[in-house]
Design a binder for this molecule. Structure first.
Ligand SMILES: [Zn+2]
Length: 156
């Protein structure tokens, strides 16, 4: 299992695009941006829709369930809060309840709580809201939530 993230070394300073998102994590809700014009769902929350450039945006509350679309393993900490965390898995997670007008599914990036040995493309995951006494925010993390018939992983 990856080591803990040192939240005492991580400062989060929400801006107008992320303020509501961080507030929602405290209520254990995972949001993605949703365009009010075309319905496209995306994250991170850019100030304009990447699908149609509209700036009339809202939020969509996801179920917090996804599928690993891709992943990599961080073995060298780039930021100080992760010195004791490595090695850990960062995954691109596809959200089945976030379908878009073009038929695509929204994908977001998340840090898994599982070891690399347990991770494979195609496995289901669920969000976990990690609270810390050293942080004023709640960090969404992800963990494997089941099995799947068709998975794939690199066998190095
Ligand atoms: Zn749009």
């Amino acid at each position: 299992m990856p080591g803990p993230i040192d939240y005492s070394l991580m400062k989060v300073d929400p801006d107008p695009d992320t303020r509501e998102w961080w507030a929602a994590t405290k209520e254990k809700k995972l949001l993605v941006r949703q365009c009010s014009q075309c319905g496209h769902k995306f994250f991170p929350p850019y100030p304009a829709c990447p699908g149609c450039t509209a700036m009339d945006l809202g939020w969509f509350e996801t179920s917090g369930k996804g599928v690993i679309y891709s992943y990599n393993v961080a073995v060298h900490p780039i930021l100080a809060p992760f010195i004791g965390t490595v090695p850990y898995v960062t995954a691109v997670i596809e959200l089945p309840d976030c379908s878009n007008p073009d038929g695509s599914l929204t994908r977001i990036v998340g840090i898994l709580m599982d070891d690399e040995d347990a991770v494979a493309i195609g496995l289901p995951v669920e969000v976990v809201f990690e609270e810390s006494t050293e942080a004023e925010y709640v960090m969404p993390r992800w963990r494997i939530s089941g099995t799947a018939e068709n998975t794939w992983k690199f066998q190095g």
